[in-house]
Every structure is written in C-alpha cells, then in structure tokens.
Design a protein around this ligand. Structure first.
Ligand SMILES: *Cc1c(COP(=O)(O)O)cnc(C)c1O
Length: 399
C-alpha cells in the first residue's frame, strides 16, 4: 500500500505554468466567426440497421486552423473530405495528435443533446497542453459542434441505442522533421451516426489479464487521449484474441493492480461474506487511468442511487489476485467496462495464469443486475428521459 502512495505522489507533480503560455497568444477560438460552406449534395440517411460503428460519416466537418502568434482562425464548416498535409507534418512523425469521443442523442421532444460535453472539452484541453498543442475555450467548441450537428441534423439517427458519435481531433501540422514545438495545428470534428454497440442487448466478454505489456505507467500519458497510446495496444489484443479473449485486462506493477480493460475503464462489484456489505470498485485516477466521463458518471450515479447501508463505492487499488481469491470465495458479484462507445460492457470471464475466473451473470442473461441498472440510469439521462443537472446539454433544436 505504501508503495502505491509513493506512486501517486510521483505521478501528480505538475509542470510549471510558463510552458503553456505560448499556446494562448493570439486570437481565441470564437464560434461567432463561423463560416459555413454547405455540402451541395446532401446524403440520405442509411437505415438504422446498416450503421456500423465509425464507418459512416455525415456530410460536413468542422475545421479550425491555429497558428502560433495569430492564434485561432475563423472556424469553418465544410463538406466532409480529405485533409491536405505536408508529408513532413509533425503529426505523421512524432504523433502530435489527440482526440475525444462523445455522443449526441435525439430527445423525445426532437432536440439534440450532447452528454456532458464540458467534461470532454476539459479533457481535450488537458491532452492538448500535454503535447504542446494549443488550448481553447470549452464553450466555444461546444457551440461549434452544436452548429455542425445542426448542419447534419437529418443524419442523426433516431431510436434507443442510436446516436451521433462525435470525434473532435487536434493535430500538429508544422512541416519539417525537427522534433520541436508545433507552430501550426488543426482542430477538426467529424461525426458518425452509430447504432447500439451490442445489436441484441448485452454481450458479455472474455478478458485476458495482461501483465507482459503495459498500457500506461506513472509519469506517462495514459491519462490523456493521445493517439500514441492506442496503436501499441493492438498487438496485445490480437495476442489475447488468438487465445479466445476479446480484450486485455491491463494490469500494472509487481502488485498486478487492475487498471483498465481495452480502451475502457473497469468496475468490479464484490460482496463481503462476513459483513454482507457490497462494494463497487474502480481504480483511482493516479495518472495511469484515462479519466472516463462514463466512469465519472457511473461513480456519481452509484453514489446517488445505491443505498449506502448496502453499498460502498470506492476508488481504490485492487489486484487480479484479489479478484481471483474473492471469486473463489463466492464474493465476486459482477464486472463491467465503461466508455462512451458501449456505455457499459459486461464481463463474463477473465483468463489469468492459465485459468478462467468466472464472473456471475443473471441466469440466462448477459450481465449482472447492477450492470443492467447502471446502463439504464445512463441511457435515461442521455436520451432526455431523466434530468440530471446539466449532464444532457441541448445543442440543436430541430422543431
Ligand atoms: C476513452 C477511454 C475511456 C473511456 O472514456 P469515456 O469518456 O467514458 O468514453 C477509458 N479508457 C481509455 C483508455 C480511453 O481511451
């Protein structure tokens, strides 16, 4: 435990503020300067059953250029299409790239709402600052994304499980092979109409607990949504797939702490057989964990809705060996991943040291009761059926 505390202190020491100053000089990002160049050939929406995650895009994209000294130029909404970049652009060589993922939903009164976009904007700015790309005003980008959605409103699918997946991205575009601070950048947003991650309700997954490859480490950038974090995780995934497991359960350190699953945060539910008390657990945000908006939402909703006499909700370190031992004692209740794409993703088995740890599911079903409950809480807020503070932000009124 002491070792873990030392690790937290090491990884939360921050940079000096002078570093980020250069990136706020010049014009601020300003949604009122938006120029719209409409697509002359608007497309017809695909039938819902033909939507494949991240394969179809809408008619328009948002682009905003940034230049050191001048700052942000006028935002432009224009027809979706290829970018033209110098082959020496720093994004291609040194991975000056970061992204976000969030969704917009049609509400019952025909408006379009984004789920907690302020959280994504905050995280996007943190990612940008970490790799010396420019920061921007959160509210301005939310307004611009709203305009983009309005432009493509006919392509926002309708129905439970359907939404518009939004992919804000920023890249360094400076030409030249010197490894240095980018003086040019491009922010763009593309949109993909998507259906439910699981076409027929939940599909529980098998994970392989992975300790020979490390997704993130103290002092690293695993808590930022940088493209460079993702390519190295595909080979371990293929490796796990060759043994029949869909995803990696990423372990860290000699203690074999559980951190995340694939590109999702992960939760475990236990019951203490002595006290009868339940516990919902996820790893603490110590710099090695991506600060998931879904993770934050699950924690908040569990704290609000579960009876504290029956449930403890904890962000703490826990290991694969704890899971194994407690499963053997019948104390493992449920496990699920959390992330924007699937929202919650139930887990049924975890391969570790040549054996499979079984995670209980409801009889004849693909998840446990809490996993189901959490998915319902979140969907009700996303689709505007339940109000929860400012979590659902209306960005376009189609009436
Ligand atoms: C994006 C992401 C998550 C989930 O974040 P959400 O904001 O909930 O979508 C979790 N882990 C990793 C590594 C991610 O990239």
């Amino acid at each position: 435990m002491l070792k873990n505390i030392a690790r937290v202190q090491m990884s939360t020491r921050s940079f000096t503020s002078a570093v980020s100053k250069a990136f706020t000089e010049g014009a601020a990002l300003d949604a009122s300067k938006l120029e719209i160049n409409p697509n002359a050939a608007p497309s017809t929406p695909l039938p819902n059953d033909q939507l494949v995650f991240g394969q179809t895009f809408t008619d328009h994209m948002l682009t905003v250029e940034w230049n050191k000294g001048k700052g942000w130029s006028n935002p432009v909404i224009k027809p979706y299409g290829p970018l033209v970049l110098d082959p020496s652009a720093c994004v291609f060589h040194y991975a000056f790239e970061l992204f976000e993922g969030l969704k917009a939903y049609r509400t019952p009164d025909n408006k379009i709402a984004m789920f907690r976009p302020d959280m994504n904007m905050k995280r996007m700015n943190k990612s940008a600052a970490r790799i010396c790309l420019p920061t921007f005003d959160n509210e301005e980008l939310i307004k611009l994304i709203g305009k983009l959605i309005e432009q493509d409103k006919h392509l926002v699918p309708e129905g439970q499980g359907y939404s518009l997946y939004l992919r804000p991205t920023m890249i360094g575009t400076t030409a030249g092979l010197g490894v240095s601070t980018p003086d040019k950048a491009l922010l763009f947003v593309i949109c993909s109409p998507v259906g439910p991650y699981y076409k027929t309700g939940f599909k529980a997954v098998r994970l392989e607990a992975t300790d020979y490859a490390t997704r993130a480490w103290p002092g690293g950038v695993g808590d930022k949504k940088l493209g460079a974090n993702y390519a190295p995780c595909i080979l371990p995934q293929l490796d796990a797939a060759s043994r029949g497991y869909q995803q990696n359960l990423w372990l860290f350190g000699p203690e074999k702490n559980i951190t995340e699953v694939g590109t999702m945060n992960v939760f475990f539910a236990f019951r203490d057989s002595k006290t009868g008390k339940n516990e919902l657990v996820t790893a603490p945000l110590d710099g090695t964990i991506l600060e998931g908006v879904t993770r934050d939402s699950v924690l908040a909703l569990a704290r609000e809705n579960l009876d504290p006499k029956e449930w403890d909700i904890n962000e703490r370190y826990y290991t694969i060996n704890e899971v194994k031992e407690r499963a053997a004692k019948g104390e493992l209740l449920e496990a699920f991943g959390s992330g924007t794409a699937a929202v919650v993703s139930p887990i049924k088995e975890i391969g570790w040291e040549g054996q499979d740890i079984n995670v209980p599911l409801l009889p004849g079903e693909q998840s446990g009761p809490l996993t189901k409950q959490v998915a319902q809480w979140i969907a009700d807020i996303q689709y505007g059926r339940t109000k929860h503070g400012n979590w659902s932000q209306i960005v376009a009124d189609l009436n």
